[in-house]
Design a protein around this ligand. Structure first.
Ligand code: FES
Ligand code: MG
Length: 568
C-alpha cells in the first residue's frame, strides 16, 4: 500500500511518522498494514449546507474502523455558495488543487470526498480524479422542503419569485422575514434541482457514490447509515484497487450527461461536466451536450424546470435510482461503479412510487430542452440556454439591445421605474465571464426591470457572459464565449443593436454588418487586469473559457501523476 511508504521502512524518517501517529494516541496495530483513508471534509462554520458534516464525518470514521481501515480527516475548502464573494466559481479550481495535493502529500491509500454545496462536488471530484487513488463521493443531501404559510418553498427559485413580488409591494417586510425563515429550515444543500442536486446526481451517475446516495435528504437517518456504509466501502475499494480510471470512463461520462439532462439540470452542469470529463481524459464538448439536450426528455418534475416538487419529494418517489430505471434504455448499464458492480446491478429492485414526480420517457415534463447550445457572431464558441425553463415565445425572438458593462450599473437601471425599455428588448450584461467577473459570477438571470414588472411582465430575453444559479429560470442566454473581457464579440455590442435568437437554428447573432464590427474591434480597448498578485493573478493567467470548462490549463491531464513526475 501507498501508505506503507510512510509507515513501514526501518529508517529514521518512517520512525518519525510512526512516533507522531502514536503522539495522537494510536497504537501501531491500529494503522499498521491497514488502508489509510483520507476523509476530505468541506465542513466549516461558513457553510450551512454542510453543517451536519461535523457529525457525519464521525459516521464515516466508524465505517472505516469497522472495515479495518484507518481514517484521517483532512479539512478542505468549504466553498459556501451562501457567503463566498465574488463567487465560489473563482475558487472551484483552488479546491480541485487542494483535493489533489492533500491526497498526494499525505500517507493515504483511498479517499472519501464529503461535499454537496454547488462547487464542492466538481472541485473535489476533479482533484481526486487527477490524483487517481480509489475514492468515493459522499453527497451532503438536500435540505428539507421550505415552508411559508402552507406553501412549499424551493431554494433560490422561490426567493427570486417572491422577491419580485416584494419589489412591486405585493409582499410586506414582515412577510419577507417569514420567507427568509422558512426557505432554509435544515442543514443540507439547496433542495431544488439547482447546481448542488444536479452535481450530486451527476456524481452518482458517474458511479462515484453508493447507489441512491445523492437523493437522501441530509436530515434523514438514512443519510447517517449511508455515511458509515461509505466508510466501510472505501476500505474494500482500496483492497480491490478500484481506482477512478476504471469507473470514470467515456461510458460513465455519457451516463452522467444523460442523467443531468433528465433531471432538467442546472446550466452550471455544463461547465463542471466538461471540466470533470477532461480530468478523466474524456473529451466532452458543448456540441455533445447540445445533442444530449435535444434527445433526452426531462423526467424529474422538480423545480425550477419541473413545476411542483422538490428533492424531498424526489427521494420519497424512489430517488435517482428510480429515475435511472426509467432512463435505462438511454444509459450504458455496464459501467462500473464504486460498489464494485455495474450501474445496471445497482439499479436492480429500484422502483418509482410517484409517477408524477419521476415521469416516464413517454410522459416527460418536457420531451427535450434541458439545455441548448447556441452559437453565432455574438458567441463564436458557444453560449448556453435552458429552453424548458423559459417562456417559449422567446425561442425565436429579436429585439434591441440594452447593454450594461457592470452589475451596479445594471442594478440601478432595473430599479428605475422610468427606464426606457420594452418587453422586446434584450437586456445584456457583459464583463461577467471567468476573467471579467472575475470568476464568472451567477449574475445571468438579470432582474426584470421594475418598469416591465409593473406592466405584468415576468420574463424577457437576457444575454450575458455570466453563469446563473441552478435554481434560476427564464429566457437567459449564458456563458457567452469568448467573454467580453478578453475581446469576445459581446464586447462590440452597442445599445440599440438588434440581437436575434433562433433557438431552432441554434443561433445567437447581432444584426450588425462586418465592416462596422471591424471598426468597433479596432476601437476596442482591453479592460485593465483585475489582480496584481495572489490567487486571482494566477487564475487570470490560466483559466480556460466556459466552453471548455474553466479549468486551469496546467491541470487538464488525465488520471494520476504524469510520467517522470516525482512520486511523493
Ligand atoms: Fe449550498 Fe445552494 S447554498 S447548495
Ligand atoms: Mg447555486
Amino acid at each position: 500500500m501507498r501508505s506503507a511508504r510512510w509507515f513501514a521502512p526501518d529508517d529514521l524518517r518512517s520512525s518519525g511518522h510512526r512516533s507522531r501517529t502514536m503522539q495522537m494516541g494510536y497504537a501501531p496495530e491500529e494503522w499498521a498494514g491497514k488502508p489509510v483513508i483520507a476523509i476530505l471534509n468541506t465542513w466549516s462554520d461558513a457553510n450551512p449546507c454542510h453543517a451536519h458534516f461535523k457529525h457525519r464525518v464521525e459516521d464515516v470514521k466508524r465505517g472505516i474502523l469497522q472495515a479495518g481501515g484507518f481514517p484521517l480527516e483532512l479539512p478542505a475548502l468549504s466553498l459556501s455558495e451562501s457567503y463566498v464573494k465574488p463567487t465560489t466559481m473563482l475558487y472551484r479550481n483552488m479546491l480541485a488543487m487542494e483535493a489533489e495535493e492533500l491526497l498526494r502529500s499525505h500517507p493515504v491509500d483511498g479517499a472519501v470526498l464529503m461535499g454537496g454545496c454547488d462547487k464542492t462536488t466538481p472541485g473535489l471530484v476533479m482533484g481526486a480524479l487527477s490524483m487517481g487513488l480509489p475514492m468515493i463521493y459522499l453527497p451532503a443531501g438536500p435540505m428539507l422542503r421550505g415552508n411559508f404559510r402552507g406553501e412549499y418553498l424551493g431554494s433560490g427559485s422561490d426567493a427570486w419569485k417572491f422577491w419580485d413580488e416584494r419589489r412591486v409591494g405585493a409582499i410586506s417586510e414582515k412577510e419577507w422575514v417569514e420567507v427568509e425563515a422558512g426557505i432554509a429550515r435544515s442543514y443540507g444543500h439547496c433542495m431544488t434541482m439547482g447546481t448542488a442536486s444536479t452535481m450530486t446526481a451527476i456524481a452518482e451517475a458517474l458511479g462515484l457514490t453508493l447507489p441512491g446516495a445523492s437523493s437522501i435528504p441530509a436530515a434523514d437517518s438514512n443519510h447517517i447509515r449511508m455515511s458509515s456504509a461509505v466508510g466501510r466501502r472505501i476500505v474494500e475499494m482500496v483492497w480491490e484497487d478500484l481506482v477512478p480510471a476504471k469507473i470514470v470512463t467515456a461510458a460513465a461520462v455519457g451516463n452522467a450527461v444523460t442523467v443531468a439532462m433528465a433531471t432538467g439540470c442546472s446550466t452550471n452542469a455544463v461547465v463542471h461536466l466538461i471540466a470533470m470529463a477532461r480530468r478523466a481524459g474524456v473529451d466532452l464538448t458543448l456540441d455533445d451536450l447540445d445533442m444530449a439536450g435535444r434527445t433526452t426528455p426531462v423526467l424529474a418534475n422538480i423545480r425550477p424546470t419541473g413545476k411542483t416538487y422538490l428533492m424531498e419529494d424526489f427521494y420519497y418517489a424512489g430517488g435517482l435510482r428510480a429515475l435511472m430505471v426509467k432512463l435505462a434504455s438511454k444509459l450504458d448499464l455496464s459501467a462500473l461503479t464504486v460498489s464494485g458492480v455495474t450501474l445496471g446491478e445497482t439499479l436492480e429492485g429500484a422502483k418509482c412510487y410517484n409517477d408524477d414526480v419521476i415521469r416516464s420517457l413517454d410522459n416527460p415534463v418536457y420531451y427535450e430542452g434541458s439545455l441548448a447550445v447556441v452559437k453565432g457572431n455574438l458567441a463564436p464558441t458557444g453560449a448556453v440556454i435552458k429552453p424548458a425553463a423559459c417562456d417559449p415565445r422567446f425561442h425565436k425572438h429579436q429585439g434591441p439591445a440594452l447593454v450594461f458593462d457592470s452589475y451596479p450599473e445594471m442594478k440601478a437601471a432595473v430599479d428605475d421605474e422610468n427606464l426606457d425599455i420594452t418587453p422586446d428588448h434584450v437586456m445584456v450584461l457583459r464583463g461577467a465571464g471567468p476573467h471579467g467577473g472575475p470568476g464568472m459570477p451567477e449574475w445571468g438571470m438579470l432582474p426584470i426591470p421594475k418598469a416591465l414588472l409593473k406592466q405584468g411582465h415576468r420574463d424577457m430575453l437576457r444575454l450575458s457572459d455570466a453563469r446563473m444559479s441552478g435554481t434560476s429560470y427564464g429566457a437567459c442566454i449564458l456563458h457567452v464565449s469568448p467573454e467580453s473581457h478578453v475581446g469576445g464579440p459581446l464586447a462590440l455590442l452597442k445599445n440599440g443593436d438588434i440581437v436575434r435568437l433562433d433557438l431552432e437554428a441554434r443561433r445567437i447573432d447581432m444584426l450588425v454588418d462586418e465592416d462596422e464590427l471591424q471598426r468597433r474591434r479596432e476601437a476596442w480597448v482591453k479592460p485593465p487586469e483585475k489582480f496584481g498578485r495572489g490567487y486571482g493573478w494566477m487564475f487570470a493567467r490560466h483559466v480556460a473559457q466556459a466552453d471548455t470548462g474553466c479549468d486551469f490549463d496546467f491541470l487538464e491531464t488525465g488520471f494520476g501523476p504524469t510520467p517522470g513526475e516525482p512520486d511523493i
